[in-house]
Design a protein around this ligand. Structure first.
Ligand code: SAM
Length: 398
């Protein structure tokens, strides 16, 4: 089909639409036309953004894209990052999480006179958007936003900004407030009454020395692969249940037959506990999650050896990795250059690489491919709906 110069062909990494004649236009979707004055004439992939806070709120960048063009954006981001390293791959259809499924988020709060603003920061600025609706957060978590505002109005001193971390756990919502000093009987009573009224699983405060639970009627857990794992306040959790299911399915497809699995950057064990019949070595640098994983594995009688280990400074060596049938890694956004260099030298036949950053993933993929691995396929997982964040699971084999 002929393409017009003024037609938007793709969406760039930061979310701008790019026209055939190379103009970057904010909030334009593929198929839109853009007049010389910059007016967008919506095409068939341009949807009406559902949220009243879009585009001011920095939580979402892509609400003007329908799911077809959001999927295409995700696949293009991955293909583009790979191409920059001279790589190609079979990129499968992205698995998208529905609206209102985010089970983990950090909001910010600050006082404005007698009111408290609670929400996300404005796109490209530090200003807070006081969210009145949210199309991303799980309803159980969003239901806490208005009551939290009321409670914080009595507790936030001055103008300092504080962070509110929300997560959905087996017992209900887990709330961690950091930057708040909540001393004295009145504050203790306010926190406890709030927690009780809103059926929180736990409320923790971090006054600068680490989280301490002020309300926790029973131990808080998240169930991973059928195993209840103690959940440290504010810990990492895959962003949506659907995202977790998609990533676990991809990793099981890659490593399902393995008898010995290494799970690197294991966190609480999202992948460790997905292999009930294998022996699993789990390595993780943060102390609280690795202790939680170890305790949960012991309770459940799983054959897991968990190690508290910094894999940037002390990567598992190629020689040790060669004892495993499959290596899983799920590093932070920075990727895992040092660890990947060891995997590339190892004889491990299968690698499942889960990544939340296509650029560092592609850089690391190039190291693996130079070491003799094939990049077989990539499953993109859209668990950060309407954002420019892209998650994926990839299969490498030799
Ligand atoms: C993207 S999370 C994945 C966690 C887990 N695989 C999951 O799915 O729940 C990345 C994990 O890497 C850990 N991490 C960060 N830097 C690390 C390092 N240098 N060595 C080992 N683990 C590290 C973080 O604490 C975090 O648990």
């Amino acid at each position: 089909m002929p393409v017009n110069d003024d037609e938007v062909l793709r969406v760039a990494a930061r979310g701008d639409g790019v026209t055939a004649d190379g103009r970057h236009i904010a909030f334009a979707a593929p198929g839109d036309r853009v007049t010389p004055e910059g007016t967008i004439v919506p095409g068939r992939h341009h949807q009406t953004p559902p949220c009243k806070h879009f585009p001011e709120c920095g939580g979402c960048q892509l609400q003007h894209l329908d799911d077809i063009s959001w999927s295409q954006f995700i696949a293009d981001r991955i293909a583009g990052a790979l191409a920059a390293q001279g790589l190609e791959a079979d990129i499968r259809a992205p698995l998208l999480s529905p609206p209102n499924t985010r089970r983990r988020a950090t909001l910010h709060a600050e006082r404005r006179g007698r009111q408290v603003r609670l929400g996300f920061t404005r796109q490209g600025s530090h200003e807070l958007i006081d969210v009145e609706e949210c199309w991303i957060l799980a309803p159980e978590l969003f239901a806490l936003v208005a009551p939290l505002r009321g409670m914080l109005a009595a507790l936030i001193p001055g103008t300092r900004r504080i962070n509110v971390h929300l997560a959905q756990t087996d017992q209900g919502p887990d709330v961690l407030i950091d930057g708040l000093e909540a001393e004295g009987l009145a504050a203790a009573e306010a926190l406890s009454a709030f927690s009780h009224r809103h059926h929180l699983a736990r409320l923790s405060i971090d006054e600068g020395f680490g989280p301490s639970a002020r309300y926790e009627p029973e131990p808080v857990t998240v169930t991973l692969g059928g195993v209840p794992v103690p959940f440290p306040p504010g810990n990492f959790l895959q962003a949506t249940p659907e995202g977790e299911v998609a990533l676990v399915a991809a990793v099981q497809e890659i490593a399902g037959k393995a008898k010995a699995v290494a799970d690197l950057f294991a966190g609480l064990g999202t992948f460790t506990f997905a292999f009930p019949r294998a022996k699993v070595y789990a390595a993780e640098a943060a102390r609280d999650p690795v202790m939680a994983l170890k305790a949960a594995a012991g309770q459940a009688g799983r054959a897991v050896f968990a190690e508290h280990r910094d894999l940037f400074r002390r990567p598992v060596t190629a020689g040790d990795l060669s004892n495993f049938d499959a290596v899983i890694l799920d590093p932070p956004r920075a990727g895992a250059r040092e660890q990947v260099a060891e995997i590339a030298k190892s004889a491990a036949p299968l690698v499942a690489y889960v990544s939340c950053n296509p650029s560092t993933f592609a850089r690391d993929a190039e190291i693996l491919c130079k070491g003799g691995y094939r990049l077989d396929w990539i499953r993109p997982v859209g668990q950060f709906r309407w954002s420019t964040h892209v998650e994926l699971a990839a299969r490498f084999s030799r």
